[in-house]
Design a protein around this ligand. Structure first.
Ligand code: G6P
Length: 377
């Protein structure tokens, strides 16, 4: 039976361990060997789907919104398409002015979240009412439930194929959503010419190595974060810092921790810490900092140093090496291209939250006041 915990204590832990499989299935479906350079990723859309798209708007809630933020970074920085992410619940009552040739993407693993469905419906309606056909509604749904209500509402679906997820806190569906955005970014980059064929190929090759890397990462961090979790027995607040493509992973790290452990946590762009959260820091407030080589590596390390100077205990999600010796505890991730890094940095975040909550004896799979799919607005 699919809803079986196997040897795991909780569904959430099992689903974290299933992420290499999620990635392997995605690679086999969308990056099969032998794709021509003109089509580096196989997605279920024809040319008419891509034609004329000049900007993208993404609507989502919760963890899906964090995947959308990574997606927006990829669509803008890798594929060169202006992209905005909206809380679905805010978009519906305060939508941005209409722009022509816009693709609206709804991201919802369940395909049933009322806020996301209502926002998509409102957008379709106001676009249909516009006399200029350039404003017509173009909608795509990214979901783990291709048979859901979402699929009856939008003309195009990208199925993340992560399999049943039981834990209320999303893990493998987050990875599946991220992968959907890597696929879209490669497809749009090919058509926009924002990246050379070689750059797109390099990203595809790295994605093919992901299942193996995830496998190693999950086993390593299951042990490392369990060993670290007991230090959080008395912790009441945690700050998560990241920058650039890993800023949404800091948000996701904070969301996971508060959802299942009930510890207050905030995710911040590391450079913004000095404009507020730094006032909270002392020896009782650990700081988790995501620092991976790339455009913002030195900046993130110097932001971490500022936190250390306020006596905060520093936990680094970073590669091992002399640069990262400043961290009190290191949750090591392999060195990969910065583009790919969110797919790896999220794993220690998930496992750390899981073990902190499990160590506190909490009901990890059914946290209080939360639901797997929220069908009220
Ligand atoms: C609920 C869940 C979250 C999830 C959010 C959006 O709040 O507890 O884990 O991220 O809904 O769900 P969706 O199905 O739209 O991705």
């Amino acid at each position: 039976h699919v809803a079986d915990k196997r040897e795991f204590r909780h569904f959430m832990l099992k689903e974290i361990h299933e992420q290499p499989e999620t990635a392997a299935l995605w690679v086999s479906r969308h990056l099969p060997e032998g794709l021509p350079a003109s089509m580096p990723v196989a997605l279920p859309f024809d040319e008419a789907f891509y034609a004329g798209i000049e900007r993208i708007e993404i609507l989502a809630c919760g963890t899906s919104r964090h995947a959308a933020l990574v997606g927006a970074h990829l669509l803008e920085q890798f594929a060169g398409l202006p992209t905005a992410v909206h809380y679905a619940s805010e978009f519906r009552y305060a939508p941005p002015p209409l722009a022509p040739n816009t693709l609206t993407i709804g991201v919802t693993q369940s395909g049933e979240t009322a806020d996301t469905l209502a926002a998509l419906a409102m957008e379709a309606q106001r676009r249909c009412a516009h006399p200029d056909p350039a404003y017509a509604s173009r909608q795509l749904g990214v979901t783990n439930r291709p048979e859901s209500s979402l699929s009856r509402q939008v003309p195009h679906i990208l199925d993340i194929g992560a399999g049943v997820e039981v834990g209320v806190a999303a893990t493998k569906t987050f990875t599946g959503q991220l992968l959907a955005f890597y696929g879209l970014a490669m497809a749009f980059a090919t058509r926009s010419g924002s990246r050379s064929a070689a750059e797109i190929q390099t990203l595809a090759d790295e994605l093919r190595m992901l299942p193996q890397q995830l496998q190693e990462l999950v086993s390593l961090h299951d042990q490392r974060s369990e060993a670290l979790a007991h230090r959080f027995a008395e912790t009441q607040d945690v700050i998560f810092l990241g920058r650039g493509i890993n800023y949404p992973i800091a948000l996701e790290g904070a969301l996971k921790l508060k959802e299942i452990s009930y510890i207050h946590a905030e995710g911040y762009p590391a450079g913004e810490m000095k404009h507020g959260p730094i006032a909270l820091l002392d020896a009782h407030v650990p700081v988790v900092s995501i620092a991976v080589p790339g455009t913002v590596f030195e900046k993130v390390l110097s932001n971490a140093q500022e936190a250390k100077a306020r006596d905060a205990r520093l936990i680094g999600v970073a590669p091992e090496g002399p640069d990262t010796a400043l961290f009190d505890d290191l949750l090591p991730v392999p060195e990969v291209s910065e583009w790919l890094s969110p797919l790896l940095t999220v794993v220690p975040m998930q496992l750390l939250s899981y073990h902190i909550a499990a160590h506190r004896g909490l009901d990890v799979d059914q946290p209080r006041n939360l639901a797997k799919s929220v069908t009220v607005e």
